[in-house]
Design a protein around this ligand. Structure first.
Ligand code: IMP
Length: 472
C-alpha cells in the first residue's frame, strides 16, 4: 500500500518510477497510473517572478479548474488579484481567486495577515456578483495573524514620517502586522472567539502601541473598548470559517485531493530575497507555500512562475530597466498598469532577465506562464536586459548591495517587435513569428519552458502550451 496515496502498488516502467520518486520522495508507489486525470494530480505553486502584478489572479483562475483546493499562503489585503470572467472584472485582495469557481475549497493560510473588516467587504462584493454562494467554500487558518487598527495607523504614519525615504507601501498595515507576528504579539484569527483572551490581548497591546502612536508618530491614541467592540461585532459573520488548516490539508492530500497554492506579490518583494528594504514584509517565494499553509515541503510539486512580458513595479525602490519615456507610457496605457489595490500608476520597463533568473533559482521554477504578451504589440523592437554593466564588469546576478545597482546600466539585447493584435490568438502556432521568437528567446535565456502564454485579461485569452498539472 502506498503510504501517501493509499492504493496498492502496481508495475511501473523505469521513467515513470523515477518521476514518482522525485515528486513524492517514496518508492513503493504506483500512483502515476492514477495520476493523469482520475485520481492523483500534483500540487502546484503559483509565484510572481518580478515585483508583483504579473497577472497571477488570471492564471490561478484558469488552473483552479484542475485543483480541488486553492490556498493563499502569504501577504494580505496589499494584494489585488484581478480576474475577468465574461465582461465582469473582480479584484480579490484576501480571498483566493479560486472562489470564483464553484465547488472549489479555498483556504486562507496561517502565513496571511488578515484584515477582517475588509475581508467581509470583499465577501459581500463577490456575493453581489453571484459568487461564493456556499459558505463552506472558504476556511481560514485559526493561526492567521490579524491586521488591527493600530497596524494601519502605524503603516501610514511611518511612511509620512520617512518622507522621501518612504517604501511606498500600500498603507494596509502589512509590515506592522508581520512585525507583531514575529514579536509574538499578534492577535490570531482563532483568538477572536475567546472574549477574555481577546480583551486581554487588545488592552496589553494598546498600552505599547498608544505610546508609540502618540509619543513617536504624533497620532491620536486608540481606545481599547472601541477596538474590541468593532472586532466582536464582526464575529457572527465569521463563525463558519476557522480551521486547523495544516490538518485539513494533510487529510485532503491523503484523500488524493490536489492543491493550488496562490502566491501574492512577487519574488523581488520577498522580505529576504528581494530589493530590501523596498520589499513587502512576507516571504513571497515558493518555499513559503509550505510554511504559510502548514503542509510539508515535499507536497510542493510543480512551481509555476508568473512572468510579465515586460517589467513593472509600484512603490519606491530600484528598478534597473525602468523606462521614463514614451515607451514606458505606452506599456502603462496598453497594459492598464495602475495598481489594483491602490490605483497608483505602475512604473514600467523592459524585461529583466537578471530579475527573472534570480526568481527561477529562488523558487526552483518548473515552468513559466508568460503574461501580457499582447501589450507589446505595436513596438518596432523590444529590448531584453541580459545583464547590468558596472564600469568594466557586467553583472549577471542581482546584487544584494543595492548601492551597486545605482552605478549600473542595463545591457540590452534587441529583438524585432510585431504589429499584429494578439488578443484573439488562441493557438501558439498562430502568433506572429516575431512574438514566437521573443517567447523562444526568453525560454532559451531563462532556461525554463513557457507553459502558458497570456494574450489578454479574459480567461479565454490564454494559450496553454503544456499543462502545469501534468508536469513532473
Ligand atoms: P506593503 O506590502 O504594503 O508593505 O508594501 C511594500 C511594497 O510592496 C510597496 O512597494 C508596495 O507597492 C509593494 N506591494 C505590496 N503588495 C503588492 C502587490 O500586490 N503588487 C505589487 N506591489 C505590491
Amino acid at each position: 500500500m502506498c503510504p501517501v496515496h493509499r492504493h496498492e502498488p502496481c508495475t511501473l516502467d523505469g521513467t515513470l518510477k523515477k518521476n514518482r520518486i522525485r515528486q513524492h520522495g517514496h518508492t513503493d508507489c504506483s500512483c502515476q497510473l492514477f495520476y493523469g486525470r482520475t485520481a492523483i494530480m500534483p500540487n502546484v505553486v503559483i509565484v510572481g517572478t518580478q515585483w508583483g502584478d504579473e497577472g497571477k489572479g488570471k492564471i490561478v483562475d484558469i488552473l483552479t479548474e484542475q485543483a480541488d483546493i486553492v490556498v493563499r499562503f502569504q501577504g494580505g489585503p496589499n494584494a489585488g488579484h484581478t480576474v475577468v470572467i465574461g465582461d465582469t472584472k473582480t479584484i480579490l485582495h484576501q480571498i483566493p481567486s479560486g472562489i470564483l469557481n464553484s465547488g472549489k475549497q479555498c483556504i486562507i493560510g496561517n502565513g496571511v495577515v488578515l484584515d477582517l473588516a475588509t475581508l467581509l467587504d470583499e465577501i459581500r462584493q463577490i456575493r453581489q456578483q453571484g459568487y461564493f454562494t456556499d459558505p463552506s467554500a472558504l476556511k481560514i487558518s485559526e493561526n492567521a495573524s490579524l491586521i488591527m487598527p493600530w497596524h494601519k495607523k502605524i503603516d501610514i504614519a511611518r511612511e509620512r514620517k520617512k518622507g522621501k525615504n518612504k517604501i511606498g507601501t500600500t498603507g494596509r498595515g502589512i509590515g506592522p502586522a508581520y512585525e507583531d507576528k514575529v514579536a509574538r504579539n499578534a492577535i490570531r484569527f482563532g483568538d477572536i472567539f475567546n472574549d477574555t483572551l481577546l480583551r486581554d490581548k487588545i488592552e496589553t497591546t494598546l498600552e505599547e502601541k498608544n505610546f508609540y502612536l502618540t509619543s513617536y508618530l504624533g497620532e491620536e491614541p486608540l481606545n481599547a473598548d472601541a477596538v474590541l467592540n468593532a472586532l466582536t461585532a464582526l464575529r457572527d459573520e465569521l463563525r463558519s470559517y476557522p480551521v486547523n488548516a495544516s490538518l485539513y490539508l494533510a487529510e485532503a492530500v491523503g484523500q488524493g485531493k490536489n492543491i493550488l497554492f496562490e502566491g501574492a506579490q512577487g519574488t523581488m518583494l520577498d522580505v529576504d530575497h528581494g530589493t530590501y528594504p523596498f520589499v513587502t514584509s512576507s516571504n513571497t517565494t515558493a518555499a513559503q507555500a509550505a510554511i504559510g499553509s502548514g503542509v510539508g515541503p515535499r507536497q510542493l510539486h510543480t512551481i509555476v512562475g508568473i512572468t510579465k512580458a515586460y517589467t513593472t513595479r509600484v512603490g519606491e525602490g530600484p528598478f534597473p530597466t525602468e523606462l521614463t519615456d514614451a515607451t514606458g507610457d505606452f506599456m502603462r496605457t496598453q497594459g492598464g498598469e495602475f495598481g489594483s489595490t491602490t490605483g497608483r500608476p505602475r512604473r514600467c520597463g523592459w524585461f529583466d532577465l537578471v530579475v527573472v533568473k534570480h526568481a527561477v533559482r529562488l523558487n526552483s521554477i518548473s515552468c513559466i506562464a508568460l503574461t501580457k504578451l499582447d501589450v507589446l504589440s505595436g513596438l518596432d523592437s523590444i529590448n531584453i536586459c541580459t545583464g547590468y554593466r558596472c564600469g568594466e564588469t557586467i553583472l549577471h546576478e542581482f546584487p544584494n548591495d543595492l548601492s551597486v545597482l545605482e552605478k549600473c546600466v542595463p545591457v540590452y539585447e534587441t529583438v524585432p517587435g510585431w504589429k499584429e493584435d494578439l488578443s484573439n490568438v488562441s493557438s501558439y502556432g498562430d502568433l506572429p513569428q516575431a512574438a514566437k521568437s521573443y517567447v523562444a528567446r526568453l525560454e532559451a535565456l531563462t532556461g525554463v519552458p513557457m507553459c502558458m502564454v497570456s494574450v489578454g485579461v479574459k480567461r479565454s485569452q490564454n494559450i496553454m502550451r503544456s499543462n502545469p498539472f501534468d508536469a513532473c
